[in-house]
Design a binder for this molecule. Sequence first.
Ligand code: GUN
Ligand code: ZN
Length: 453
Amino acid sequence: MPTQTKTSVASIKAIRGAFLDFIADPFFVPEELESVRYIPDGLLILENGHIQELGEYEQLKNKYPAVPITAYSDCLIMPGFIDTHIHFPQTEMIAAYGEQLLEWLNKYTFPVESKFKDRDYAQKIASFFLDELIKNGTTTALVFAAVFPESVEAFFTEASQRNLRMICGKVMMDRNAPEFLRDTAISSYEDSKKLIQKWHKNGRLLYAVTPRFAVTSTEEQLRMAAKLLEEFPDVYLHTHLSENVKEVELVAQLFPESKGYLDVYDRAGLVKERSIFAHGVQLRDDEFKRLSEAKSAISFCPTSNLFLGSGLFKLFQAKSKKHPVKVGLGTDVGGGTSFSMLQTANKAYKIVQLQGDKLSAFKALFLATLGGAKVLCLEDKIGNFDAGKEADFIVLDLKATPLMALRNSQTPPAKTKAEIAEKAFATMILGDDRAIQATYIAGELAYHKNQAN
Ligand code: GUN
Ligand code: ZN
């Protein structure tokens, strides 16, 4: 039927360029390059916001003769970045001077978060925040809102308007915070439940039960969080863990019966497969082992760990063959200092260097894409260019700045994985939002550098 054929061709489109993604975890394959898929001249076929096929241009061009092609030269097309830990209400307090975690929370964070009861204000910041993510090539994030349900409403409303796959939750916090920012064990349970019922799996949106950290929750509140996980088994648990030495000491005082920080969450029933713990800088060996057993995940937040002076995350211990723990990268804005996952990879590289190891570009970019998808148990939907996945992807300009152009011109256009590794490394060290030429969300162009949207 001609009309039908016309409709289906019209809904298909294609992108031509150099494609890089991951088909396995480079930390665990015998040869790192086995985990990488690199197609120097590829064609990505998109239909209805999903990936239909990725292959060599020469092989696919005749299969889709009538399909309109958008071509990108001198660029690298990758899956959208996945930020596994970030706070949207902290956007305006990024780069707050001079304090480590506990003082930083009291001096800067809590006053700012108290503004997010105002739904309009929350929505204005959520809008700015999401535009900033997209501009930085981040298409999925696991996001802390504030304690007020209004802040979650605002966030999901804005994320839904952009058709983004986003995960967010209301902060649960019933002690050790200013009165205005405290909920109660019961109210946090009830408010979270209402939000789950309204937003979880609403379009591309998902909910995370979000107790801030053990310092600001009573045992009763942590148990109510676990009750939500039992009632809604496919929501996430998102919290902070073992970030800073003084914090770990305080948690030991607040929970004297626990064997350690992770054990506080474990006793409450919060250490599970869909649990994502931000930081883990101070974790002990037995705690890494427990996270591995439980299939829980850590969000490694390098810019934050450096900025707040928290310490050096032991990435290669987490990625050990014996007790592997899932790891993704998080910006942790506003403790973190950049929305850019390239800058986050840059700092991850340096943290690993300080421990005498090497974080290759492929390993770092895996953490920022498919690794993040695995952390979020979303690897069936996002994270690489496998057929059937949602078409969230970015176009990286490897010559975005004069310095990057100079650095990346020294080798010819990359034909091999080894050649693209070299350029990708320079890009993750030198690049930031300027390197994001375009961002596609569910197959649609959502951002193009230097073009009004
Ligand atoms: N621990 C508890 N709350 C926070 C927060 O807002 N940021 C960071 N980095 N750590 C925390
Ligand atoms: Zn955080």
